[in-house]
Write a protein of this length. Structure first.
Length: 453
């Protein structure tokens, strides 16, 4: 199997330097040649020709996508060290806190395939803009939350409009060739890593001012993101795609897990979609419960936890921005996915046995490395199994399966935390990741069949 080239910066940056040097890193990342027509000298603002597909400049488009996803993900990660503790102060139980992520994921599950279908028919740009504007509204609603029910409502609204990631992946598919797809997906992964550095620290620091200050700051940030995307995000949808047949839209409301059971897709696509569900069920336990665990087990507050997540973000950023290309070239994509799953399994299980909060830093390093090599590489493999004319829908469905995992994983994890012991959810999640590793290795030939042709 051929290895894929993933462009990276040659430098490993500490946290502050990583933020200050972000532009230089992206410039180096996007220096590798991309397929597509020769671009004009400058990127024209998207509002000069809104919604009109045309020639795109791949490197510039990827940079704009990076900025859009970066700011969007900063808004999401601001809440990680803050919202669970805020909900606990409102009287929420462990299970009710875990359901915050499940409610968000449930709204995503229903509507992500719908947004993917719409992006394939009317364009990527309008879907991303609507998504970002809706996100602003959800964060504004969160500023008025004074009960766990209002938190659920705000997160459900955010989940309804959470179409930016899947649509951004479709943009990457539009402007890159199959051999360069992993590089483009790595750009989105690097945005996640950078957002993980900035977001939690912003949340922790603003929480020291006022418990609702993070919600006001993230609402303002989301509004800025909408304005920037309106001004500079171009349309990348291929002009040759057929116009929408709106009768087909109702089919996208069939939940993706039901589609898999009904064999709507071929066997290989169904396998990929199941793995998205399994992997995210395990990893979502960490996303939903690590803040609550650190608070109860070690007595830590939002600011302490924000530093841990910032460190995880640094490792994730370096892994995807520096190491991923070299690792793909050295071991190949399928072996790298297996290595990442193994590393995450060890990290998740070890969380439960950490003797002090400081130990979560090396454990977080394992988790960030495993996450950083597994998910972009696995998504790259999946994207090459998707046909170009329905890539947005299929990538949206992969996100829907991932969010199904974010419904199941946190809900079960919250129950285990309440009724077994605090570290129980992480032990189970580590076991699930080992099961995923075994299954991936058994079915790898079916998953990678296109690589042989």
């Amino acid at each position: 199997m051929k290895s894929r080239t993933i462009s990276t910066s040659p430098e490993v940056c500490p946290p502050i330097a990583a933020i200050i040097g972000l532009h230089e890193l992206l410039r180096a990342t996007l220096r590798a040649p991309m397929s597509g027509p020769e671009p004009p000298d400058a990127v024209q603002p998207a509002f000069e020709a809104p919604g009109t597909p045309g020639p795109t400049r791949p490197r510039a488009v990827l940079f704009i996508v990076f900025l859009t996803i970066l700011i969007d993900f900063i808004g999401f990660t601001v809440l990680i060290p803050v919202l669970p503790l805020f909900a606990e102060r409102l009287g929420a139980s462990d299970f009710e806190v875990a359901l915050i992520l499940s409610v968000y994921a449930l709204a995503q599950l229903v509507f992500l395939p719908v947004w993917g279908w719409v992006s394939d028919r009317i364009g990527r740009r309008p879907v991303i803009l609507v998504s970002l504007l809706g996100t602003v509204g959800s964060f504004v609603m969160l500023t008025f939350a004074d009960s766990i029910e209002m938190i659920y409502a705000a997160r459900a609204l955010a989940g309804f409009f959470a179409a930016s990631i899947g649509t951004a992946q479709a943009v990457v598919t539009d402007v890159t060739s199959p051999s360069e797809r992993a590089s483009g997906m790595g750009i989105i992964g690097a945005a996640f890593g950078a957002g993980m550095i900035v977001g939690p620290i912003l949340g922790g620091i603003t929480a020291e001012i006022d418990e609702k200050a993070p919600f006001y700051s993230v609402a303002a940030l989301a509004a800025v993101n909408f304005v920037l995307a309106w001004a500079w995000l171009p349309e990348s949808r291929p002009v040759e795609l057929e116009p929408p047949n709106w009768k087909e839209l109702r089919q996208t409301f069939i939940p993706t897990p039901v589609r898999v059971m009904m064999m709507v897709h071929d066997r290989r696509i169904a396998l990929y979609l199941y793995f998205f569900f399994h992997l995210f069920s395990a990893f979502a336990v960490l996303e939903a419960l690590i803040t609550l665990y650190a608070g109860k087990q070690f007595g830590k507050q939002a600011l302490d936890i924000s530093y841990l997540f910032a460190w995880i973000g640094v490792v994730l950023f370096v892994t995807q921005g520096v190491l991923l290309r070299r690792l793909v070239a050295a071991v190949g994509e399928s072996r790298l996915v297996a290595l990442g799953m193994f590393t995450m399994a060890i990290g998740l299980a070890t969380v439960a046995w950490a003797p002090s909060f400081v130990w979560l830093y090396p454990v977080g390093t394992l988790l960030a490395f495993g996450n950083g090599v597994t998910f972009p590489t696995f998504t790259s493999l999946y994207s090459r199994a998707c046909e170009a004319d329905n890539a947005g829908e299929l990538l949206g469905q992969s996100q829907a399966m991932a969010t199904t995992g974010r419904i199941v994983g946190p809900a079960l994890g919250g129950l285990v935390m309440e009724r077994w012991f605090l570290g129980g959810p992480f032990v189970i999640a580590g076991g699930m990741m080992l099961v995923a590793l075994v299954m991936f290795w058994i079915f790898r030939r079916a998953l990678l069949i296109s690589e042989a042709h």
